[in-house]
Design a protein around this ligand. Structure first.
Ligand SMILES: *Cc1c(COP(=O)(O)O)cnc(C)c1O
Length: 218
């Protein structure tokens, strides 16, 4: 497991000049692998399956870990993570937002979240189109969601080796992030970049990268 500890340190040192945060994507990873992350001092962990996150959270409950929901979240599963989730990164529809509000209220919490924007060419990737978020800029804004706190945006670039395409998609997401910020929306986190493209993402303004395989694969 030493390679995991070394990679966390290595990637963190490269994020430092950008002031960016590492979310270690621990989905599908075993408990010993996650223990290696914990040993490396890694506190932000990303999962895309609710049940897996809830089990791991319980197992590592004695550590001060921050669990990020990074994948598609089904409305009927929100209740399982509402008590502890640190950041819901992939809000891609209004019904989900309404359910998050309901469950956050029930647990007397404010749950931070990101809107996921669709920036890739692939239809299989989820997220809002930027125009769908524009009604938020009206006077009502997020007033209907007092138990939620918008922190920023998340996006996934097309899975391609063509750096020009990927860079352009990240730059587009950053532009929308800046547009929302100048319209007065609270933009603090721009979550973009995975194992294949995190360096490009940093150059295009990412403040948070979500890295899985590059930490674990031998
Ligand atoms: C799996 C996943 C990641 C991490 O992917 P790697 O290529 O393993 O780094 C990042 N973000 C999301 C939304 C994911 O589902």
């Amino acid at each position: 497991m030493q390679h995991i500890i070394d990679r966390v340190a290595n990637i963190k040192s490269k994020l430092e000049p950008y002031g960016a945060t590492l979310v270690a994507v621990s989905k599908f990873r075993s408990l010993p692998e996650i223990q290696a992350l914990v040993t490396a001092g890694q506190q932000d962990l990303g999962e895309n399956r609710v049940q897996e996150m809830a089990e791991k959270q319980e197992h590592f409950a004695q550590y001060p870990l921050r669990w990020h929901q990074i994948g598609t979240l089904q409305r009927n599963k929100v209740k399982y993570i509402a008590p502890f989730v640190h950041l819901v990164q992939a809000v891609d529809n209004w019904e989900l937002l309404a359910e998050l509000q309901k469950q956050a209220a029930k647990h007397n919490r404010i749950i931070p979240f990101l809107f996921q924007l669709h920036i890739a060419k692939e239809e299989t990737k989820f997220g809002f189109a930027f125009n769908e978020l524009l009604p938020l800029l009206s006077s009502q804004g997020l007033a209907a969601y007092p138990h939620l706190e918008l922190k920023g945006l998340m996006g996934m670039a097309t899975n391609t080796a063509d750096a020009v395409v990927v860079r352009k998609e990240f730059a587009g997401l950053k532009k929308h992030y800046d547009e929302l910020a100048s319209a007065g929306m609270p933009m603090q986190i721009l979550s973009m970049g995975m194992s294949q493209d995190w360096q490009l993402a940093l150059e295009e303004g990412s403040t948070m990268v979500r890295i899985g395989s590059a930490l674990f694969l031998e």
